[in-house]
Ligand binder design. Structure first.
Ligand code: ARG
Length: 288
């Protein structure tokens, strides 16, 4: 059954690639049924019929955050959100995004209450029992962040491995693993939101925090007191989408949509737009 599906899918991909010369945006919805052939589209099942339900954690600009518009309304924004809409459109589904803390994203995808987790998720091998991962759609690095006051206090990452220091990371994130690897002797503090890591750091309760580099850069624009002190080596590279376990048709469809968004330039636009928007009036964390 799986093999048959894989075959059909490969065929569908080859056909749609051939149809558009591999350049233009494939439009699976508008494909003409070709004569008497079997339809190549496999029906995708989702938790709510006709809807793509996505969990996210909007404390993570430029991936996901709230952009405040002229009337003062906070709207979900960021390149994960633009990609979510692209994927939903690609698959012919309505999009429903549910904001929550990051550890909630992991548990909702694991429980199968949502279809996807889109939250700058690293395809961490430790999570692979719990969920499937899409192909990588973005590459980011990892950093250790301090305050401007402490800019010159430590000359290497190793120097922060000190029991007198408190170092923050988001609960459930790979940044927590990075803290355990790099600063095991420090007092490692896990917080629900990246926003909490930043505010405790600025408030002097933490000495440093592990944060993804693009996200740290984005926070640093709005909070100039933040200083990105060190690059942190990491093993799990790139960001992917957490897909509810064993929904092979959905996983395949998501990968196809990601490939299209990378090929047709959409993803680059989403990143540029998100960075632009993230330097304006934003809220990170949960608004409701
Ligand atoms: N990439 C890291 C991980 O998967 C952190 C992701 C945090 N995402 C967020 N939206 N807060 O563990």
């Amino acid at each position: 059954m799986k093999k048959l599906f894989a075959l059909l899918l490969t065929l569908a991909m080859v056909l749609s690639l051939a149809a558009c010369g591999g350049k233009e945006e494939p439009a699976p919805d508008t494909q003409e049924p070709s004569g008497t052939e079997e339809p190549t589209e496999t029906a995708i099942t989702t938790v709510v019929d006709g809807v793509l339900t996505v969990a996210t954690s909007p404390d993570f600009a430029p991936y996901e955050f709230y952009a405040v518009d002229e009337s003062g309304n906070a709207n979900l924004a960021g390149f994960d959100m633009a990609l979510a809409q692209y994927i939903a459109d690609y698959l012919g589904l309505e999009l429903d995004v549910i904001p929550m803390d990051f550890d909630g994203v992991l548990s909702e995808v694991t429980a199968g209450n949502v279809d996807l987790g889109m939250a700058g998720l690293s395809p961490d091998p430790d999570r692979m029992e719990a969920m499937d991962f899409s192909d990588i759609y973005y590459m980011g690095g990892q950093s250790l962040v301090v305050t401007q006051d402490n800019k010159d206090k430590w000359s290497a990452l190793e120097d922060l491995n000190d029991p007198s220091l408190s170092i923050g990371a988001q609960l459930g994130s790979i940044q927590y693993d990075l803290a355990v690897e790099n600063t095991p002797d420090a007092n490692i503090v896990q917080l629900a939101k990246v926003t909490d890591v930043v505010s405790e750091l600025l408030g002097g309760k933490l000495d440093a925090g592990f944060i993804e580099t693009v996200v740290a850069e984005s926070y640093a624009k709005n909070y100039p007191d933040l200083y990105i002190a060190f690059d942190v080596p990491y093993e799990v590279e790139g960001s992917s989408i957490g897909v509810v376990k064993n929904n092979e048709a959905l996983l395949a469809g998501v990968n196809e949509a990601i490939a299209a968004a990378l090929a047709d330039g959409s993803m680059d636009n989403f990143v540029a737009e998100a960075n632009e928007l993230a330097s304006g009036d934003i809220i990170e964390g949960l608004v409701d």
